[in-house]
Design a protein around this ligand. Structure first.
Ligand code: NAP
Ligand code: GDD
Length: 365
């Protein structure tokens, strides 16, 4: 009998990589998707195509929403999963400052709804639960690198809601004996990354500059640092957490950090351009060293009301207990994203693939 997994946020970056991993491992994979006025399952299209060519599809989607307890409970009751991966979230930190109440509803109360469903359905002794926690909960911490013992200091509505979810997950583990784990993941990117996160904004922007579709990329804080890994490596870590005899909390990170500025320079090198920086603060620009063309500009709208400190993770516990290590280097990651966006032409081509078979994924369309 194959194991059954349920993934919330299956239409997102991590959801698509995790679904692929679990299908490869022989799981029957179910996902909760939100109802939208246009197709939002583009990232899953390749998986569905793959299944069309072989055995009957082991991937099923169900409409639901983390803000709606009844839909969450109904899907769990119907699917009877062995493992639940809660990846669904309003995941954009800057957006959370403008939508604090909604962000809290999805990111903090969403996991409460899932864990209460597990309790009310009396499946707490059978199901294993993964919560997508985040390095953002370390926020303004002075400690570096950060590990599972580092004090929390969240600096955004997003991070505060995720910290609520972190404690909720621990509570259900300790109070009710649920196999529940927090994956405290540092930034991880890929060609499937959403286009408003800085890495994809840069790689897609460069692809569009090279096509003559835009003249420059407009960014915020160029000196922000992040510990960037590859999403493919991180979903492997999520799965490993749920294969342990007990639930626990683990940091996943590369232990190497770079600035946004370095990401920009590295990505432009892929298309043979060297960036020269001129000016200060929001007047700073990045020019092509040869042509002098301004390729990078700054705009205050991309600055946040409060920023986190230098986030860099220590994943020693995951390495020792899970045997997990990230494979892709920073350079590998930038290269893969650039190759993808140069080939596909970034956002416009990605979204223009209007799939006709989308409803084939749905049990209850
Ligand atoms: P993502 O690409 O933004 O995907 C978020 C997913 O959540 C999407 O499938 C989205 O659906 C879904 N979602 C949003 N609101 C929902 C709601 N109300 N009900 C049900 N589903 C909802 O994010 P990601 O990068 O894959 O990240 C996955 C998870 O890991 C998130 O919880 C994020 O906060 C967390 N995390 C990410 C990173 C990272 O660097 N990527 C690091 C640490 C933690 P739509 O497609 O309909 O929008
Ligand atoms: N998005 C964005 N857009 N960020 C910019 C820009 C810009 O134009 N210019 C500079 N930045 C800086 C931000 O200020 C931030 O310091 C850094 O780039 C990374 O921003 P994002 O790519 O939006 O990611 P994030 O680190 O805020 O959040 C991501 O990682 C978290 C894990 O630490 C998200 O995936 C979260 O869901 C996740 O929890």
């Amino acid at each position: 009998m194959s194991k059954i997994a349920l993934i919330t946020g299956i239409t997102g970056q991590d959801g698509s990589y995790l679904a692929q991993l679990l299908l490869t491992k022989g799981y029957e994979v179910h996902g909760i998707r939100r109802r939208a006025s246009s197709f939002n399952t583009m990232r899953l299209e390749a998986l569905h195509q793959h299944s069309l060519s072989g055995a009957p599809s082991r991937l099923r989607l169900h409409f639901g929403d983390l803000t709606d307890a009844s839909s969450v409970t109904q899907v769990i009751a119907k699917v009877q999963p062995d493992e639940i991966y809660n990846l669904g979230a309003q995941s954009h930190v800057n957006v959370s400052f403008g939508t604090p109440e909604y962000t809290t509803d999805v990111n903090a109360l969403g996991p409460v709804r899932i864990l209460e469903a597990i309790r009310s359905l009396k499946i707490g002794n059978k199901v294993r639960f993964y919560q997508a926690s985040t390095s953002e909960i370390f926020g303004a911490t002075q400690e570096a690198p950060q590990n599972e013992s580092t004090a929390f200091s969240p600096r955004s509505p997003y991070a505060i809601a995720k910290l609520h979810a972190y404690w909720t997950t621990r509570l259900y583990r300790q109070a009710y004996g649920v196999h529940a784990s927090n994956g405290i993941l540092f930034n991880h990117e890929s060609p499937m990354r959403g286009e408003t996160f800085v890495t994809r904004k840069i790689t897609r922007g460069i692809a569009d500059i090279e096509r003559g579709l835009q003249s420059s990329i407009v960014l915020g804080n160029l000196d922000a640092t992040r510990d960037w890994g590859h999403a493919r490596d991180y979903v492997e870590g999520m799965w490993r957490m749920l294969q342990q005899p007990e639930g626990d909390d683990y940091v996943l990170a590369t232990g190497v950090s770079h600035t946004v500025r370095t990401f920009v320079e590295t990505a432009f090198r892929h298309v043979g351009r060297t960036i020269i920086w001129e000016g200060e603060d929001l007047s700073e620009v990045g020019r092509d060293a040869v042509s002098g063309q301004v390729l990078v500009r700054c705009d205050g709208q991309h600055l946040r009301p409060s920023e986190v400190g230098a986030l860099i993770g220590d994943a020693s516990k995951a390495k020792a207990r899970l045997g997990w290590t990230p494979r892709a280097s920073f350079e590998d990651l930038v290269e893969e994203m650039m190759v993808h966006d140069m080939r596909l032409g970034g956002f416009s081509n990605f979204t223009s693939r209007a799939p006709s078979r989308q409803s084939g994924l749905l049990e209850s369309a």
